[in-house]
Design a protein around this ligand. Structure first.
Ligand code: HEC
Length: 193
């Protein structure tokens, strides 16, 4: 058994020294970064921004157009009598195509007809009709009557100036107390000029 060259004390590891070992800068940077991200994440979650839908679309992108469609109103309410081509049925339902009632410079008569309807003899294109035109004043809003009037005045070969909802409102107000339909030529013809 050979005796070590070193003394017992020399073979001991040195006493561990108490040094200051700060958290590595890299770890601190990562933690700080996570905190900033978390704060932003919470902020974004509670303040819905354009990204709230998960992409760049916003709620307005899903809104359905509120524009009233005159062609659709015509198809749903007038086609049965005045026909898809606006030419009516000879002797029974008068034509809207080329009719002076539709194409008058002022849209007032057309609006008044849609609001209150007609009964009694009415001359259209030199032909006398004597039927019942229903009233739509309580069915349609000013916007709808505007869309309908503008559609009629720009379709079936018609090309008369358009109107707007403010004007329709004026005509509606003027006839607010009227309950009966217009009495054909007698009531309406004076309104043409
Ligand atoms: C039930 C059948 C019927 C429906 C539905 C109807 N009309 Fe009429 N319309 C008539 C008749 C009939 C006359 C002629 C009235 C008369 O002889 O006094 C007329 C006349 C008119 C006139 C004046 C005459 C002309 O040809 O220019 C206009 C304008 C008119 N209608 C627009 C409309 C519009 C717009 C609608 C839909 C919102 C509509 N009508 C729905 C039957 C109808």
């Amino acid at each position: 058994m050979t005796e070590s060259r070193f003394t017992q004390q020399q073979r001991e590891l040195p006493e561990p020294a108490e040094g200051s070992r700060p958290v590595p800068k890299l770890v601190l940077t990562i933690i700080f970064g996570l905190l900033v991200w978390a704060a932003y994440y919470l902020y974004a979650a509670y303040n819905p921004m354009p990204s709230a839908l998960g992409d760049n679309r916003i709620a307005a992108d899903f809104a359905i157009s509120t524009q009233v469609d005159g062609a659709q109103l015509y198809a749903a309410n007038c086609v049965a009598c005045h026909q898809a081509n606006g030419k009516g049925l000879p002797g029974v339902f008068p034509p809207l195509a080329g009719a002076e009632w539709v194409n008058a410079d002022k849209p007032d008569v057309l609006i008044a007809i849609i609001l209150h309807g007609i009964q009694g003899p009415l001359t259209v294109d030199g032909t006398q009709y004597n039927g019942m035109m229903p009233h739509f004043g309580d069915k349609f809003s000013d916007d709808e009557i505007t869309a309908l009037a503008n559609y009629l005045r720009s379709s079936f070969g018609n090309a008369a100036p358009s109107t707007d909802a403010a004007h329709v409102a004026t005509i509606r107000k003027a006839g607010a107390t009227r309950l009966a339909p217009w009495n054909g030529d007698e009531d309406l013809r004076p309104m043409l000029d």
